[in-house]
Ligand binder design. Structure first.
Ligand code: SAH
Length: 351
């Protein structure tokens, strides 16, 4: 079956399901759409649907590798693992591992990846790596140096919507053949934090149970096993109401119902709540914008060093550098959240 047939199959299957069983939660629509989307293709790069920071420049992964190397060499624990969640093409891992190797660190590689298509790409760019379906099977007997770039934004969100009768779960319903948003029958006011409850009718609040569970488990692992984690994504540092679910295809924003399974569905990450979860688990949490963090990590110096070595690449390196840190590009919208054990020195780059 071709990609397009599989995807239109998904739209028809959703229609049949809704006709038979009634409207479905947004979380199910998003989860099943993305599972099919990622499993059937490599969505990254010019020819794909979107471009991520590691695909823009090797410097991005290098900064992450050096951040890990700094904490690791101060920790006096020789055996640790490199872990990545949703590693895409394996580009970030390759660049980070090369930077770590320049500091004498060569950890075993563990990748949590749901997509068969992307596992193949990661295997060919990295060579030896162990694949996991979920974080549950990651090693338990050594520190973990874990990174996830643009992973949390792809996890299914749940939406709640304010109606004239109070808060309800937001559902995907049908109007004829067209998907439309609807509201569930049960009162959901209890699920909304008290300080957010008073909102105008139509206001949407998003939560991401998968992201919350991921952060709680990773925080627990780092507390017990040692290591450090970096989560990088577009999102906000203070929890707030508002709808952020979006669909992207061929580098353009499209409607969230346009083509389930053929477009990337994402939502902004609520780093405010995720930082609270990690802090509540007893870990140290640092956050910054991507622009500030990369600048503090020495992205500018790295750019100059690479440009000196290959002057013909100077302009290209400058463009990549500006795209990664520029306030109008990725620098302000993208955030970096670090989780480290409370009793060790904090990671670099957070001021
Ligand atoms: N980190 C990469 C790719 C980002 S795209 C980069 O920055 O280029 C999102 C990645 O997360 C893909 O590798 C996708 O297959 C993976 N992914 C999405 N949802 C997942 C899930 N529920 N479980 C495991 N991997 C998932």
């Amino acid at each position: 079956m071709s990609e397009d047939e599989a995807a239109s199959d998904l739209a028809s299957r959703f229609r049949r399901l809704i006709q038979r069983h009634g409207p479905m939660p947004v979380s199910r629509y998003m989860g099943e759409s993305n599972a099919l989307y990622y499993d059937s293709r490599d969505p990254l790069g010019q020819a794909g649907d979107f471009t991520t920071a590691p695909e823009i420049s090797q410097m991005f992964g290098e900064m992450i590798g050096l951040w890990f190397a700094d904490i690791w060499t101060r920790s006096a624990k020789p055996d640790a693992a490199y872990v990545e969640l949703g590693p895409g093409r394996g580009t970030l891992a390759r660049d980070a591992l090369r930077a770590m190797s320049s500091q004498g660190l060569r950890p075993p590689v563990h990748l949590v990846e749901g997509s068969q298509a992307l596992r193949e790409a990661q295997g060919s760019s990295l060579g030896e790596a162990q694949f996991h379906d979920s974080i549950a099977t990651l090693p338990e007997d050594q520190p973990l140096y874990l990174v996830a770039n643009e992973f949390l934004d792809a996890l299914p969100i749940r939406q709640l919507v304010m109606t004239t009768r109070g808060w309800r779960e937001r559902l995907v319903a049908l109007d004829g053949e067209d998907f439309v948003f609807g509201a569930g029958p049960n009162p959901m006011d209890d699920a909304v934090p008290e300080e957010l409850r008073a909102q105008a009718v139509g206001t949407v609040i998003e939560t991401c149970p998968g992201a919350a569970a991921t952060i709680e488990e990773i925080a627990r692992r780092i507390d017990v096993q040692g290591g450090a984690a970096l989560f990088i994504d577009y999102g906000y540092l203070e929890s707030r109401p508002g709808e952020t679910l979006q669909a992207v295809r061929a580098h353009e924003k499209v409607g969230v119902f346009d083509a389930p399974g053929e477009m990337d569905l994402t939502a902004l990450v609520d780093f405010g709540i995720l930082a609270q979860i990690a802090a509540r688990a007893g870990l140290a949490v640092d956050t910054a914008t991507q622009g500030d963090w990369l600048t503090a990590m020495g992205l500018g110096l790295r750019m100059q060093a690479l440009a000196q070595r290959s002057p013909e690449r100077a302009a290209e390196l400058k463009t990549a550098h500006d795209r990664l840190i520029g306030v109008d590009a990725m620098g302000a919208l993208f955030k970096v959240m670090a989780i480290t054990p409370r009793h060790t020195a904090r990671g670099a780059g957070f001021g």
